[in-house]
Design a protein. Structure first.
Lengths: 321, 524, 193
């Protein structure tokens, strides 16, 4: 590199830094959207993501006076929404809601996802799924160890998951314990629950939708997919305790296109966070009833979490290949 | 929780949830109000030549969803309104047929045969009363069959059918629909296959949306509402506009009808027409329960059977009240029974059922299918509550029909004066707007117009649109069922032939197609 | 003979379309095959369903063509299928009316905002104004009016004041119906901005 180019490079970097400094200092005043904010919801109407997004939107509108328009854009585990969102202007007027898997495993597992992690600004998480392996209580199993004991005798269980990740985890379980499952991927937690109820499958993954049935004694969480045990089923071991070193919990989160101004990102994150953390809001009550309760992660911590999630997914895929 | 608890909860949900006001101490719920509004609106729309139940359902669905939202609370008011339209438009359809010899929909074509001669004889009031009585009787009978049969059928299905059998059952339904609708089996099948193919664009499991030609617009898949409303409504609007453009002859002057003599419906009349109503109600219900055969064929068959049985003085076709009764009872009896395949199998058999499915697809909490009627000990199956709520709205709408329907219907003669050539362009804009507010993308409008053109061409080429629409709706269910069946059988390539039940279904599909292909000359 | 001619023509078209889909479109525009082994799991690929449908369509259209060509004479009483010259004239007029309406619907709002800005109005972009009165109504009302009025004009084959009034009232009623009661609904084309 010549001296001249070095200097110009340095000057450019310094210029950007100065500009960035100026932006952050002049943006002390609260960010205000210049027009209506559209929230693209990456899943279909009536589901858990949709409910959260709409509850948060109406509360945000009430508190801040911003006009907010929720819009469903389902498909490919949030992928369709992500493809659309990355091309929108990063002015804070277009944001999206999906799950961490949309920017992790689900994205990597596809040959042509059409978007990448760096296409987005990550705004805030709301809560995490209570991912568990579920069966009907009438099967008589208490924990996943009972299932493995039967499977080791050669019984092949029908096992429903919601994403290819679950199929991979099942493969790891098969390999570790020398058992065999027929794994089937269904679209969404409701379908898995129906298949279990109808006896079409023996086992399934539930992200929190099973809570009501578990509390009623109708279904049982046999294992926890989280780093810790599921609150309502303290007897079910985690996958890690079973020797499968993966945390497959998904978190719900808001994202925007890459390059969103820092003040907009902060204002949105603060607005969403304060609603989820306020126990009197419907949004907060919903995530507490159905999922792990409020869990707001923002800023640098969120970026690190997304990076860690990608690394974890890559590791899982490497084991598989 | 037993079945009775669920029935009770369904009834309670309809009558007491979310009351708008109280009348004489009785709460008046949103759902009840929506049924009433839908019913009255349905009569008006049914009485307007050129419009019909499907139009009204198509147009109101997005508005209803905007009003009530996507939460499960919205289900009963929205479904109640659709049920109201379904019932109202059925009785309303007889009005222009009897008074002006203009059948608003193909269903009421047969009603003109005896209804209009009765009017010319100075008995329009009597003809309308007979039509109303027969229509409501047929409808009520059909609903009773639905309510008693659907749950049992669903339980059987759930008990005996696994993923592979469900896939085979969808194939059988599609084969049946395409073979039985229209004159040419091959055209029907081509329509169904095209519908499936369009449904596969932009969908699939892989991250790259298949067949999307690399475009972002197609990557989201073709919206269900665009395809369905495009082919069913826009296509019909285009065709009707062309027909009017062709004719452009002045509207025939509406002749003033003078009423002569007794217009009332006496018990002796009822006794005379009752056998015809019973036969036709049976025929209509049976036809309604089979996917794909609509009320037009039911009306034709009901009329033809009535004519064979008939021994009266006035021949059929010259103003026999029995002719009106036979037709109206048959085409009205289709409506309720049509929901049997929807609720027990999740398979829509005709246009009204398509809109019920569209509504439940948009609103969460209720997925029509066999699981709706599965009993879970010590727990409430919310979907079963919704199903019984739906039944309750149907019974309530029948009650309305028995009590007020007749009076309101007889006042609808004025609707024939609405100029169709001005109404239909407005319907077009309304449909496009309705789709836009749901999809919020101009691309969805372009897609809708594309399907409209397709629907127009299909009508010009005498290809039935129903197999197309039903196949579009079921295509992804079928693919999903096949994937799941393949997976749970441990990648067995012969999963479709792995159990006796699915072998029977597949064999029946082939038999149906071959049978109708060999006999297609006799149909129509 | 009209009937069979069109049916045979349709069959030929479908045969070509199905074959092109089967041999050109599907292999080039679907990522996964008919059956996929992806990370040791054998599954049905994305190409399975479209391939089966396209293949079935190929067979069905051949049968349609053959039966229509050889058996057509027996269907004497069947209604005529197909389009005539007048249909194409109608379609052309229909396209003009609908196209004009859609064009105005999409471009009126943004163009007017641009014009105001270029005269120093500084009202922000259309994206900021998509939910603001009166900009949000411009495209829909103008485009909707021309679509409805144009179609009535096509069918009635003459301009009439009453048709214009009917169109204006219809568009205004629709605007009020969708926009006023619902805060979160966007009229065309505002959701695209």
């Amino acid at each position: 590199m010549s001296k001249v180019t070095k200097i110009t490079t340095w000057l450019t970097v310094a210029g950007f830094a100065a500009a960035a400094f100026m932006i952050t200092t002049t943006a002390q005043a609260e960010w205000k959207p210049k027009g209506p904010i559209t929230i693209l919801i990456g899943f279909s109407a009536g589901g858990g993501t949709d409910t959260q997004a709409r509850l948060i939107a109406s509360e945000l509108q009430k508190r801040k006076g911003w006009k907010i328009i929720p819009q469903n854009m389902p498909g490919k585990a949030g992928g369709i929404m992500a493809r659309k969102l990355k091309n929108m202007p990063a002015d804070g007027l277009s944001i999206g809601m999906a799950v961490t898997e949309s920017f992790g495993y689900a994205m990597l597992a596809q040959k042509k996802a059409g978007y990448k992690v760096s296409d987005f600004t990550y705004i805030a998480t709301t809560t995490s799924s209570q991912m568990g392996i579920v069966a009907k209580t009438s099967k008589g199993w208490k924990t996943f160890k009972d299932v493995i004991a039967v499977a080791k005798k050669g019984k092949v269980f029908k096992f429903a998951g919601m994403s290819p990740k679950h199929a991979d985890i099942n493969f790891l379980i098969e390999k570790k314990f020398g058992v065999k499952f027929n794994t089937v991927i269904l679209r969404g937690g409701r379908k898995v629950m129906n298949a279990i109820t109808a006896g079409d499958v023996d086992l399934g993954y539930g992200a929190g939708i099973q809570a009501k049935a578990v509390l009623a004694g109708q279904m049982v969480n046999l294992a926890s997919g989280l780093a810790e045990r599921i609150r309502i089923s303290p007897n079910a071991p985690t996958l890690m305790e079973l020797g499968i070193p993966h945390d497959i919990a998904a978190r719900f989160l808001f994202v925007g296109p890459a390059g969103m101004p820092a003040d907009a990102r902060k204002a949105l994150a603060d607005g969403i966070g304060s609603i989820i953390n306020d126990k009197s809001t419907k949004a907060s009550q919903f995530v507490s009833k159905r999922y792990g309760g409020p869990e707001v992660i923002t800023g640098k911590k969120l970026d690190d979490m997304i990076a860690a999630n990608i690394a974890e997914s890559k590791m899982l895929m490497k084991v598989m290949n | 929780m037993g079945v009775l608890d669920h029935i009770w909860l369904g009834v309670v949900a309809v009558f007491t949830a979310d009351p708008i006001f109280t009348l004489a101490g009785l709460p008046f719920s949103t759902t009840i109000m929506m049924v009433v509004l839908g019913f009255l609106g349905g009569i008006v729309v049914g009485a307007t030549p050129g419009l019909g139940g499907p139009f009204a359902m198509a147009i109101s669905l997005p508005i209803l969803i905007s009003i009530f939202g996507f939460e499960p609370d919205a289900l009963l008011p929205v479904l109640g309104f659709l049920v109201g339209i379904m019932k109202g438009s059925t009785v309303g359809g007889a009005v222009p047929a009897i008074l002006f010899n203009t059948p608003g929909t193909p269903d009421s074509l047969m009603t003109t045969l005896d209804g209009y001669p009765l009017t010319k004889k100075g008995k329009p009031g009597k003809a309308l009363r007979i039509a109303h009585f027969s229509s409501v009787s047929g409808d009520t009978f059909s609903d009773i069959v639905l309510i008693t049969c659907a749950p049992f059928l669903a339980i059987l299905v759930e008990k005996f059918l696994d993923f592979p059998e469900k896939a085979a059952l969808i194939i059988l339904s599609l084969a049946f629909v395409s073979a039985v609708v229209g004159r040419n089996v091959w055209k029907g099948m081509a329509a169904a296959l095209l519908g499936m193919f369009f449904a596969y664009i932009g969908t699939g499991e892989d991250g790259y949306p298949r067949l999307s030609l690399g475009t972002d617009g197609l990557a989201e898949g073709l919206p269900l509402i665009s395809a369905v409303l495009g082919v069913l409504i826009i296509g019909e609007v285009f065709k009707a506009l062309e027909d009017m453009w062709h004719e452009m002859r002045e509207k025939s002057v509406i002749t003033n009808i003078k009423m002569k003599g007794d217009q009332k419906l006496h018990f002796s009349d009822i006794r005379r027409i009752f056998p015809f109503i019973s036969i036709s109600a049976g025929i209509g219900t049976m036809i309604g329960a089979l996917p794909g055969i609509g009320s037009t064929l039911a009306a034709t068959l009901g009329y033809a059977t009535g004519r064979k049985v008939y021994k009266g003085d006035t021949p059929f076709g010259e103003g026999a009240p029995e002719g009106v009764a036979a037709t109206e009872a048959a085409n009205s009896a289709v409506a309720g029974a049509n929901l049997i395949p929807v609720l027990s199998l999740g398979i829509p058999g005709n246009v009204s059922a398509v809109f019920i499915i569209l509504a439940t697809e948009s609103i969460g909490g209720f997925n029509p299918g066999p699981q709706v009627f599965s009993l879970v000990p010590d727990q409430i199956n919310q979907e079963m509550v919704y199903a019984f709520g739906l039944f309750t709205t149907m019974i309530f709408a029948n009650g309305l029909n028995w009590t007020f329907g007749g009076v309101f219907m007889r006042s609808m003669g004025v609707m024939v004066r609405v100029p169709k050539q001005r109404l239909l362009p407005i319907v077009l804009l309304l449909t496009l707007t309705a789709i836009y507010v749901q999809q919020t993308s101009m691309f969805a409008i372009y897609i809708t117009l594309f399907f409209g053109l397709l629907g127009y061409l299909m009508r010009k080429l005498k290809i039935s649109v129903l197999p197309f629409v039903i196949a579009f709706i079921l295509a992804n269910n079928l693919e999903e069922a096949m994937r799941q069946a393949f997976a749970v059988t441990g990648s067995d390539p012969w999963f479709l032939l792995a159990s006796p039940i699915s072998v029977v279904f597949i064999a029946l599909s082939i038999v149906v197609v071959v049978f109708f292909a060999r006999n297609q000359k006799d149909l129509g | 003979m009209q009937n069979e001619k069109w049916t045979v023509g349709l069959a030929v078209f479908l045969v070509i379309a199905a074959a092109a889909t089967l041999f050109i479109w599907i292999p080039n525009d679907i990522e996964t095959g008919v059956v996929e082994t992806f990370r040791r799991r054998v599954t049905i690929g994305d190409a399975m369903a479209p391939t089966m449908v396209a293949a079935a369509l190929l067979v069905v259209s051949i049968l349609m063509g053959v039966t229509a060509y050889f058996g057509g004479r027996q269907q004497k009483h069947a209604a005529k299928a197909g389009l005539d010259k007048q249909s194409f004239t109608f379609l052309l007029r229909l396209t003009i009316a609908v196209g004009l309406g859609l064009g105005l619907m999409v471009y009126t709002g943004p163009v007017i905002v641009d014009i105001i800005n270029s005269f120093g109005g500084e009202i922000g972009t259309y994206r900021h104004l998509k939910a603001a009165f009166p900009y949000k109504y411009l495209g829909y009302v103008l485009g909707g009016f021309f679509m409805v009025f144009g179609l009535i004009r096509v069918v009635e084959n003459r301009f009439s004041a009453s048709a214009a009034w009917a169109s204006i009232i219809a568009v205004l009623v629709l605007t009020i119906l969708y926009d006023v009661p619902f805060e979160n609904l966007l009229l065309p084309p505002n959701g695209d901005h």
